[in-house]
Design a protein around this ligand. Structure first.
Ligand SMILES: [Zn+2]
Ligand SMILES: [Zn+2]
Length: 146
């Protein structure tokens, strides 16, 4: 785990008067090592030393600090990932049947075309765009075969 990730996380927590405790550090480590957004049960599976009650609380604090992003699905469990300032800009494939989420990236030229089109929409409405979110919602390969 790169130390600069933990340094940056600690700094963002300090800004909201929170400490970067061992439990929060472990959570950031699990999310950074995952490669896809995780639900709380999946987080607990990957690091059984974490206590469920503190995971809920710590994820909320990390989200408030802008370290972690929550992806809301229409499924039982929200999923969590490191916010984009800690990683690559990406999009999600969301399965409406099982709630599974995986990441994907688009070619730079496609991102640029998207930004150009979205910026036009935003400016027309008086917005100054910072970034965009785009998720594909559908049925995953596993669910299609069931
Ligand atoms: Zn599925
Ligand atoms: Zn994009």
């Amino acid at each position: 785990m790169p130390d600069d990730l933990h340094d940056a996380a600690a700094l963002r927590l300090r800004r909201i008067s929170q400490r970067y405790t061992g439990g929060r550090r472990a959570l950031v480590g699990v999310l950074a090592g995952s490669g896809r957004p995780l639900s709380i049960p999946e987080v607990l599976e990957r690091d059984p030393s974490l206590a469920e009650s503190s995971v809920y609380r710590n994820l909320a604090v990390l989200e408030q600090a802008g370290v972690v992003a929550r992806i809301v699905t229409n499924h039982d469990h929200n999923r969590y990932e490191l916010s984009e300032r800690f990683g690559e800009h990406h999009h999600h494939l969301v399965c409406t049947n099982c709630g599974e989420i995986s990441d994907f990236t688009l070619p730079a030229a496609v991102e640029q075309a998207l930004d150009t089109a979205l910026e036009r929409v935003a400016r027309r409405a008086g917005y100054r765009p910072d970034t965009h979110r785009l998720d594909v919602v559908g049925t995953c390969a596993t669910c299609q075969h069931e």
